[in-house]
Design a protein around this ligand. Structure first.
Ligand code: BMA
Length: 316
């Protein structure tokens, strides 16, 4: 457990761990990466803006989860074939990776003149990747698939846009990964709280003894623009639509220079975290939509924060 004066997430001294300078093809940023362990390696799928403002997804590998080497070619670029091409023409963003059924599922935001949708792709080895389906209509963002089934069904957290309610975290279920439904809202922003403007799922949920740990992002609007922070919630192991607790406090906020200023100021945004055998969690986040950073936390500390100091899941 962390001491009472220690931060819940300890930033890695070598941050930022990946920047545009590490990428062997022209990009403007490196951020919002999904990360998993695969055959003893850490695989990172990261988003980069191009000079035209549209995004592509690159791949980096590491032996220790801190020092990454970027592959010479991007991993996912906007599709050339239908039905995907029409919905990816403005770019592919914010990949999340889920290990299930012996394969890796990748969910990412597909942008086009028709809005933003979630696309699903699959890989076995991070060499070849195959697109499976577009799994939402417009306007959805931030879909993370649970790495287990519940009563035979797949489950995902996602974030539909809404004109009439602050943007919230929802859950949906699917028999086949393609058709999703049985949707309900599970966590809402809390008025006059650090996440009051909007929230969305972040890292692929992490299985713990006490529940599924959900590291999400929450946004607060200030006179100087929005501030993106990270929060934590715990969902029931047998039914992730049941929220056991949402931590009242944020677990990370922009503080380092490269989190406070960059392409978009005051942003820490996660798409991935990796649980280690010693009970720690490596949490990866984009700083100011410009660089990648990592920090570690004790999973037990995060659980305690969700259970001992909860705030209402569905708002006041
Ligand atoms: C969100 C998404 C993220 C981004 C964040 C801050 O709406 O676009 O990809 O990191 O804004 O700009």
């Amino acid at each position: 457990m962390a001491g009472s004066n220690e931060p819940i997430i300890r930033r890695y001294q070598g941050n930022p761990i990946l920047t545009e300078n590490d990428v062997p093809y022209p990009v403007e940023t490196v951020h919002n990466a999904g990360v998993v362990r695969h055959e003893g390696q850490y695989i990172m799928l990261f988003r980069s803006h191009l000079r035209n403002g549209r995004s592509i997804i690159g791949l980096a590998e590491s032996d220790d989860g801190f020092r990454f080497r970027v592959r010479p070619e991007p991993f996912i670029t906007p599709a050339k074939n239908e039905p995907f091409a029409a919905y990816e023409e403005f770019g592919v963003e914010d990949p999340r990776i889920c290990h299930i059924d012996g394969a890796y599922l990748i969910t990412y935001s597909a942008y086009s003149r028709h809005g933003v949708r979630i696309a699903l792709a699959r890989t076995n080895d991070f060499e070849k990747v195959e697109r499976m389906a577009l799994i939402t209509q417009a306007d959805y963002r931030n879909a993370v698939i649970f790495p287990e089934r519940f009563g035979g069904r797949y489950a995902r957290l996602d974030r539909p846009h809404s004109e009439s309610s602050p943007w919230s975290i929802w859950i949906s279920f699917s028999p086949d990964l393609i058709h999703w439904g049985d949707s309900r809202v599970v966590i809402k922003p809390l008025p006059y709280h650090w996440d009051e403007m909007k929230i969305g799922p972040g890292a692929t949920p992490i299985k713990t003894e006490k529940g599924w740990l959900n590291i999400f992002h929450g946004v607060f609007k200030t006179m100087n623009g929005a501030v993106y922070r990270l929060g934590a919630a715990l969902h029931a192991l047998d039914d992730p639509s049941k929220v056991l607790g949402v931590a009242d406090e944020w677990i990370l906020q922009p503080e380092d220079r490269w989190e406070v200023t960059g392409y978009v100021h005051n942003v820490v945004f996660t798409c991935g975290a990796v649980a280690e055998d010693d009970g720690s969690l490596k949490i990866y986040w984009g700083g100011a939509d410009t660089v990648m950073c990592v920090g570690t936390a004790w999973i037990d500390d995060l659980i305690a924060l969700c259970l001992n100091k909860p705030r209402p899941a569905l708002g006041a």
